[in-house]
Design a protein around this ligand. Structure first.
Ligand SMILES: Cc1ncc(COP(=O)(O)O)c(C=O)c1O
Length: 384
């Protein structure tokens, strides 16, 4: 059974399923020439705040800006240290670096791939200002433990929620627990627009005002600039698209969870594949379906990737090189300042992400899983 239409993310299929709603929303923005700021942006901010049950949402240009603006609003600057995971997209710590702060990397919990709270305290110094946990692949971090460390050491918390919009940590949405949460609306995200977009979430009115000020050149009143800021705005067309897609977010999450359930069931008898464990008390919204290839099949991950490429089965390795090991000098102390990175390094060698999106069919999932299992069962280990 060959599946010619497999895609890692099917943005066109998703668009076609809501084409009329999207086209009408875009036409309304063009009709009103409300391109920058304006009612479509403020309506979306209100809808997003209501969905997340958070007091304030500030829409910005992208998820990287959201992180930088949140850190600026918290006063993070040159010489301050920011503790973050290394098993993530570079943007998480790049934002701190851009402000002259020093990202300090902590290891992950091997099950969830998220920042391990047990690895944070030993990295705290008198210069530590903030912790930036990343809710990776769609699953919230252990926020109770992270918040109690932050409280004990009087540190700020910015939740990088780019990949987990709509996931629940106990009864609260991810991104609404720390001082700030940050969102990315990059097209392939669970809530994606048709270009770049992002947002900052917070329950603190003062921090929200500060973030709003910074995102708009440091001014609320036109030509009256109060602080050094940036130009980071969500445009009207993206906001209108996001308002439409937000109405479908719950059903998108449901489809992703159903797809993950099916993958889990198919891999349950395969001893070479470890399906993503789901932490109790959380919802995993499966931005990615990321499995580990067991160490007994060492070397098989890269061989599997080559096989899948050959079979035209989309896949990706998030992340092949942990941030602390990238050539970029993010914290001025190259090689980067980091704790023991054992679990981060091992994860980078073992993970592979399989197609995951709202249009994926059960037949496609079965085909993909069958190919993965067949390859691993027949994989010849190279003797060392
Ligand atoms: C964990 C994480 N943080 C931050 C970002 C940055 O978001 P953006 O691409 O919207 O700037 C991304 C996007 O890929 C991400 O996955």
């Amino acid at each position: 059974m060959h599946q010619p239409d497999l895609q890692m993310v099917d943005l066109r299929g998703q668009y076609l399923s809501i084409k009329n709603e999207i086209d009408d929303a875009i036409a309304a923005v063009i009709d009103s020439s409300s391109f920058i700021k304006g009612r479509f942006v403020s309506e979306f901010e209100e809808q997003m705040a209501s969905y997340l049950n958070v007091a304030h949402v500030v829409a910005v240009g992208n998820g990287t800006d959201a992180l930088q603006i949140a850190l600026m609003a918290l006063g993070v600057g040159p010489g301050d240290e920011v503790i973050a995971p290394s098993f993530t997209f570079v943007a998480t710590s790049e934002a701190a670096s851009l402000l002259g702060a020093v990202p300090v990397f902590a290891d992950i919990d091997p099950d969830s791939f998220n920042l391990d709270p047990n690895c944070i305290e030993s990295l705290i110094s008198e210069r530590t200002k903030a912790i930036v946990p990343v809710h990776l692949f769609g699953q919230p971090c252990a926020m109770d433990a992270i918040m109690s460390i932050a409280e004990k050491h009087q540190l700020c918390v910015v939740e990088d929620n780019a990949q987990s919009v709509g996931s629940l940590y106990q009864d609260r949405f991810s991104g609404t627990i720390g001082d700030f949460g940050t969102l990315s609306f990059f097209p392939s995200k669970n809530l994606g627009c048709f270009g770049d977009g992002g947002a900052i979430t917070t329950n603190d009115a003062e921090l929200a005002s500060s973030a709003r000020l910074i995102a708009n050149h440091g001014s609320v009143k036109k030509y009256y600039n109060e602080v050094v800021g940036v130009n980071s705005r969500l445009d009207g067309i993206q906001a209108a698209i996001l308002s439409v897609k937000l109405r479908h977010l719950d059903s998108y999450i449901e489809s992703r969870i159903e797809a993950a359930d099916r993958y889990d069931a198919l891999f349950s008898d395969c001893r070479w594949v470890v399906s993503p464990p789901r932490a109790s008390g959380c919802t995993h919204v499966f931005h990615q379906y990321t499995v580990r290839i067991t160490p007994e099949r060492a070397g098989a991950r890269d061989a599997l990737a080559a096989y899948l490429r050959n079979e035209h089965i989309p896949h990706a390795v998030y992340y092949p090189i942990p941030v602390h090991a990238l050539p970029v000098n993010l914290n001025g102390t190259h090689p980067s300042r980091a704790g023991d990175m054992t679990h981060t390094n091992v994860a980078s060698e073992q993970v592979i992400s399989l197609p995951m999106h709202t249009e994926l069919t059960m037949d496609q999932i079965e085909y993909i899983a069958e190919q993965v299992i067949r390859f691993l069962e027949n994989f010849e280990m190279v003797p060392v």
